[in-house]
Design a protein around this ligand. Structure first.
Ligand code: DAH
Length: 340
C-alpha cells in the first residue's frame, strides 16, 4: 500500500488549525474518521495486507489517528472556552452597580412634623396621652371655662352631633380629662385631629391637627413656660431663632400669650415670607386659669401650671415653605414624594 501518513497528518493538522468553529472541526473529524473518512478508508484496506505489514501500518496509523484526535480535542477545548467566556461575560452581574430604589412609601409631612415635635417634648420628660375625637361639650368647652353663649364658641364653629356631643374643635379637652383624674404633677402632650365647620381654602380646612401641652405642679411659673417653649422653638427651627410672647386671650389660660419666632428666612429683618413683620406666630399658650382647676376638681390654691396649643399643619407649612394647606390633604404623589 502506498500511503504517505505524514502528509495526511500534516494536512489534517493544518485544516484543524484553520477551522473557524466547532462545526468545522466536526466536519474535519468526519472527513477522517467517519464512515467514508480518509483514515477509515485506509483501515478498511487492512485486510489486503500481510500480517507483518498490517502490524507496522497499524502502529503508524494509530499514532497519526491519536495525533489528529488530540489536535481536534485541543481546538475543541479552545472553542468551548471561548464560547463559555463570552456567555459568562454576557451574563455577568456587576455587583458594584447601585441598586434600584425600592418604592416603600414614606411619612406625610404632618407626621414628620408631629414626630419631630413629640421627640423634642419627650426629651424634656413629657408623656404622650390621647383623647377622643368625638367629645362631650363638657370637656371641649364647659370645663375649659367656655360656658354656653361664650364668644369663644363662635370662633370655633362646631360640628355638633347632639346637644351634648360634638367633634372636638381643639385638643384642649384632653387637658380637662387629665386634670380630672387629680394626679399631680402633670407633664403631658396630646396630639390629634380636630374639626371646625370651616370651608376649605389655602389656610383653612374642616379638619386639621393640633398638639396640646400641659404642665401642672405646685410652683410652675410663666418663666418655665417661656423657657420650655423657647427650647422647643429653637430645637424645631434652629438655634438662631428668637422667641417673643405677645399678650392674647384664651378662656382656659390667664394670662395668655401667643408665641412668635423670629423669621427663619430673613433672620428678623422682614421679608415676603413673614409679611415684613420679622416675626411668625406659631402657637398659643398661657398659665392655666384657676377657674379651670376648679372646674376639673383640682384645688386651685395648690396648682400652678401652663398649657400650650400648636397647629401641626401650620408648622408643616412653615417648615417646608408650602403656601397652600390644601396640598397637605390632596394626596398628590408628586407632592408627597418630596418628603422622604
Ligand atoms: N386650643 C387653642 C386653639 O385651638 C390653642 C391653645 C391655646 C391651646 C392656648 C392651649 C393654650 O392649651 O394654652 O386655638
Amino acid at each position: 500500500m502506498d500511503i504517505n501518513l505524514d502528509k495526511i497528518k500534516d494536512k489534517a493538522i493544518e485544516s484543524i488549525d484553520n477551522a473557524s468553529d466547532l462545526k468545522a472541526l466536526d466536519d474535519i473529524r468526519v472527513s477522517y474518521f467517519g464512515k467514508k473518512g480518509e483514515i477509515t478508508a485506509i483501515m478498511q484496506r487492512f485486510k489486503e495486507l500481510k500480517d507483518e505489514e498490517r502490524k507496522e501500518l497499524g502502529k503508524a496509523i494509530n499514532l497519526v489517528k491519536s495525533a489528529i484526535e488530540d489536535e481536534i480535542k485541543l481546538r475543541q477545548k479552545k472553542f468551548t472556552e471561548k464560547i463559555l467566556g463570552e456567555k459568562l461575560k454576557r451574563e455577568a452581574i456587576d455587583v458594584t452597580l447601585p441598586s434600584k430604589k425600592v418604592n416603600i412609601g414614606h411619612l406625610h409631612p404632618c407626621t414628620i412634623v408631629y414626630n419631630d415635635v413629640r421627640k423634642i417634648f419627650e426629651k424634656m420628660g413629657y408623656t404622650v396621652v390621647t383623647g377622643p375625637e368625638i367629645e362631650y361639650d363638657l370637656y371641649n368647652f364647659e370645663k375649659l371655662n367656655i360656658e354656653k353663649g361664650h364668644p369663644a364658641r363662635d370662633e370655633q364653629d362646631t360640628f355638633y352631633i347632639n346637644d351634648k356631643v360634638l367633634l372636638r374643635t381643639q385638643t384642649s379637652p384632653v387637658q380637662a380629662r387629665v386634670m380630672e383624674k387629680g394626679k399631680l404633677p402633670i407633664c403631658i402632650i396630646s396630639a390629634g385631629r380636630v374639626f371646625r365647620s370651616d370651608s376649605v381654602d389655602a389656610t383653612h380646612s374642616p379638619t386639621f391637627h393640633q398638639i396640646e401641652g400641659l404642665v401642672v405642679s405646685d410652683n410652675i411659673s410663666f418663666a418655665d413656660l417661656k423657657g420650655t417653649l423657647t427650647v422647643f422653638a429653637k430645637s424645631f427651627f434652629g438655634n438662631d431663632i428668637k422667641t417673643r410672647f405677645r399678650p392674647h386671650h384664651f378662656p382656659f389660660t390667664e394670662p395668655s400669650a401667643e408665641m412668635d419666632v423670629s423669621c427663619f428666612k430673613c433672620g428678623g429683618k422682614g421679608c415676603r415670607f413673614c409679611k415684613n413683620e420679622g416675626w411668625i406666630e406659631i402657637l398659643g399658650c398661657g398659665m392655666v386659669n384657676p377657674k379651670v382647676y376648679e372646674l376639673c376638681g383640682l384645688d386651685k390654691d395648690k396648682c400652678q401650671g401652663f398649657a400650650f396649643g400648636i397647629g401641626i399643619e401650620r408648622l408643616a407649612l412653615l417648615k417646608y415653605e408650602i403656601d397652600d394647606m390644601r396640598l397637605l390633604y390632596e394626596n398628590d404623589m408628586r407632592f408627597l414624594n418630596q418628603f422622604d
